[in-house]
Design a protein. Structure first.
Length: 306
């Protein structure tokens, strides 16, 4: 039996099996996706299961060191200045951190992509005005703009999402416009015009599916950036406020104890680093997996490894 026949027999059935095979072909991306799945489960079910434990104070166990489970397994990462278990707080804080980043990325990607499609395909003056709007937003440093706005307004979840989303719109706007300018000259778009397809049908049925993989890859990278921006704002004291919990706020609360209780800032900081690293590794895999010209490399490696 030839190698080609062996690989053909190992070919996974169904789209889910094919994607899992490609993910297994890149071990770093596989473990990154597994870690992100754990973070997502913590964000979904952590507050429901552990919120009461994460907010319950125990002054007798304040600043308890890590790897001591005499008080229970939830204290394996130690306790904070009020005796609350850090493991439970890191798990519960995942919800706010992921929620803010996901909402900001979703809002900025939808608005930026819509404006980019108009600016790239339309030849009217509105396209120029849209690009000038993007230039105005990009002229301000995103983090500085967020600091100014949140200093003037109440640092609520809604305001944080709104500010972070606005600062990220130009990324999707410029990327979408550049992709549309190239795709609209291809033969299948010209054929759709000849066949009498409407403006919206060409944009949403012929152009958007072609540029969508690029936007997904950018959104994955942008998710990591927005999460770091939210953590930075919380660290500066103008992000989400107590009694709510985020990883950045936990790092800020542990700052005064760095000399004698390093674990207060270390564990939430490690969660930020690992999540950001996993998102970057997964985005590199997505860039290849969503590209039809390179996808076959992952498929072949996945079948051989399987």
């Amino acid at each position: 039996m030839t190698d080609t026949q062996i690989l053909a027999e190992k070919k996974p059935s169904g789209p889910i099996g094919r994607w899992l095979t490609m993910l297994w072909a890149d071990k770093l991306a596989f473990f990154a996706a597994l870690f992100l799945l754990i973070v997502l489960l913590c964000a979904l079910f952590g507050p429901f299961l552990l919120e009461a434990v994460a907010t319950k104070q125990n002054l007798r166990g304040r600043n308890a060191p890590p790897f001591d489970i005499t008080r229970g397994w939830l204290y394996v990462l130690g306790a904070d200045a009020l005796g609350r278990p850090l493991l439970a707080r890191v798990i519960v804080a995942a919800q706010n951190t992921i929620l803010v980043a996901a909402a900001a990325v979703l809002a900025s990607s939808v608005v930026g992509t819509a404006l980019g499609l108009i600016a790239g395909y339309s030849r009217s003056s509105a396209a120029q005005w849209i690009m000038r709007l993007g230039d105005v937003i990009m002229s301000f440093p995103s983090l500085l703009l967020a600091v100014i706005v949140l200093y003037m307004l109440e640092p609520s979840v809604t305001n944080i999402v709104l500010v972070l989303a606005i600062t990220r719109i130009p990324i999707y706007l410029r990327t979408t416009r550049a992709e549309v300018l190239e795709v609209r000259e291809r033969m299948f778009v010209q054929a759709a015009k000849v066949m009498g397809a409407s403006y919206w049908r060409i944009v949403f049925h012929h152009i958007l599916p072609v540029i969508f993989p690029t936007l997904v890859t950018i959104a994955t990278l942008d998710f990591a950036f927005v999460m770091l921006a939210e953590s930075s704002l919380s660290f500066l004291g103008i992000g989400i406020q107590a009694p709510e919990i985020t990883w950045g706020l936990m790092v800020a609360q542990g700052r005064p104890y760095l000399t004698n209780a390093w674990w207060l800032s270390f564990w939430p900081g490690l969660a930020i680093i690992l999540t950001t690293l996993s998102l970057n590794l997964l985005s590199n895999w997505l860039r290849i997996a969503l590209d039809p010209t390179q996808r076959w490399r992952l498929e072949m490696r996945g079948r051989k490894n399987g």
